[in-house]
Ligand binder design. Structure first.
Ligand SMILES: Cc1cc2nc3c(=O)[nH]c(=O)nc-3n(C[C@H](O)[C@H](O)[C@H](O)COP(=O)(O)OP(=O)(O)OC[C@H]3O[C@@H](n4cnc5c(N)ncnc54)[C@H](O)[C@@H]3O)c2cc1C
Length: 412
């Protein structure tokens, strides 16, 4: 089957990998000059099997209301966005009920664990290099109450396969000596042996190059304009460089999936939620952390990534530009400096890159992988805050659904 994948982010490239492995003839259409240059570029770089719970959790709607309009809040809902997103908001409220949250968390954990296994297979099969590191993610807490709640929540997932190490303050410091000067500020932490670190953009580009060398056609600098239907089913993709015939099409355009699908009469409930990051040369703090640190109380992640550090945080609804706001970058790095004064004002250090990206969030936090009402039209989108974690498994699930005879034998 000739399958055209729309979008060359990590989800589109992972879809192409498994579709190619299943023996299909695959094209990928990407408007940028290479793969993985948009949301997949500056993310937190953590394959966080431990943190795939939907954001729609009991108690979160109240927190969001409390932070409404506050420019320095970790999760900012701009009042101007509310009228446009009421339907999505209702879905979020419904998904935040305890039973729905529990079901969503388990479904996401299953996909994340499948995905981690797929990543190991892809690494072995392709040799793609992306600053991979394993067993190096800890979550720190300043608040004992928050630590107790998180510990109970993570340990409750043990019977579903999630591994969690409960760490005292001293054990946090033993794992990450850079925490020693601020040990007094910590209540303790959690370690996540299944989590991994890696550069999502490098992975996307490396895997795209590997696939291109094996016959997958990547159409860069090419914008998707429409999907052409004949007799009610998919026939081609219209692009800025002409039409590409297709037996099937996979929409993996993240937030941009919405307008394309709307033109085809399909409502896709994706709300872009802006996040920011700062990427720094490791040389700014050579003795800095070796572990990725997710700081619960201050809502940031600091990830050592090859020869760089990446700092991420912030969730903002109502600003859909990919320009990082200096106010929010400043608020993020100020939180980091509370624990690590070496990184005070790090966004102004030589070589620092401030970035913003749009998480493609569906209300219930579960990606939309599967067929649509139009024959031949499929989606693999809506991965929100977990796209890097779930990419490889989502691509494989999609290929299985699309009819992947002998997938297990042909690919790792
Ligand atoms: C601040 C931040 C931190 C994050 N941290 C993590 C993390 O630590 N771990 C994790 O698992 N996830 C994380 N995420 C989420 C993760 O980055 C995303 O879920 C993932 O990158 C989504 O991948 P994608 O391929 O769907 O989207 P994208 O990477 O955005 O890919 C979509 C592609 O479609 C292309 N496109 C759009 N419209 C068109 C068109 N008309 N024609 C052609 N091409 C088009 C775009 O150019 C883009 O390359 C984070 C996100 C943010 C913003």
């Amino acid at each position: 089957m000739r399958i055209v994948v729309l979008g060359g982010g990590v989800i589109g490239v992972a879809s192409a990998y498994w579709l190619h492995a299943a023996g299909h003839d695959v094209d990928v259409v990407e408007r940028r000059e290479a793969a993985g240059l948009e949301t997949s570029w500056g993310n937190g770089a953590i394959i966080h099997v431990s943190s795939v719970q939907p954001w729609a959790a009991p108690g979160v709607p109240m927190k969001v209301l409390k932070w409404l309009g506050r420019e320095d809040a970790p999760m900012l809902l701009r009042p101007s966005a509310v009228p446009k997103m009421w339907r999505w908001g209702l879905g979020f409220l419904r998904a935040a009920r305890p039973a729905q949250y529990q079901a969503g968390s388990l479904a996401n954990l299953k996909l994340a664990m499948e995905s981690a296994a797929c990543m190991a297979g892809i690494r072995e099969a392709t040799g793609v290099q992306y600053d991979y590191a394993g067993h190096c993610v800890i979550k720190t807490f300043s608040d004992q109450g928050a630590l107790d709640v998180a510990t109970a929540e993570h340990l409750a997932l043990a019977s579903h396969g999630l591994e969690t190490e409960v760490l005292s303050r001293d054990e946090c410091v033993a794992r990450e000596p850079a925490l020693a000067p601020v040990a007094g500020k910590l209540a303790g932490g959690l370690g996540f042996p299944q989590d991994e670190v890696g550069d999502c953009s490098k992975f996307s580009q490396g895997l795209a190059a590997w696939l291109a060398a094996r016959g997958v056609r990547f159409h860069y600098d090419t914008t998707v304009q429409d999907v052409v239907l004949k007799g009610g089913r998919v026939a081609a993709v219209r692009t800025s460089a002409g039409e590409i015939p297709a037996d099937a099409v996979v929409v993996a355009l993240a937030s941009q999936s919405v307008p394309l699908l709307k033109r085809l009469g399909i409502a896709m409930p994706i709300q872009p939620v802006k996040g920011i990051s700062v990427t720094l040369p490791r040389a700014v703090w050579p003795d800095g952390p070796r572990q990725a640190i997710l700081e619960d109380s201050r809502k940031f992640a600091l990830t050592p990534l090859g020869d760089r550090y990446r700092i991420v945080g912030s969730a903002e609804v109502g600003d859909e530009s990919t320009t990082p706001s200096p106010v929010r970058i400043g608020a993020l790095t100020a939180k980091v400096a509370e624990l690590f004064p070496q990184l005070k004002d790090c966004e102004h250090m030589p070589g620092a890159i401030s970035w913003a990206g749009l998480r493609p969030m569906v209300p219930d936090g579960q990606p939309r992988i599967g067929p649509t009402a139009i024959p031949g039209l499929w989606t693999n989108t809506g991965h929100g805050h977990t796209g890097w974690t779930m990419a490889a498994g989502s691509g494989r699930r999609l290929a299985e659904l699309m009819g992947a005879g002998g997938l297990a034998e042909r690919a790792a």
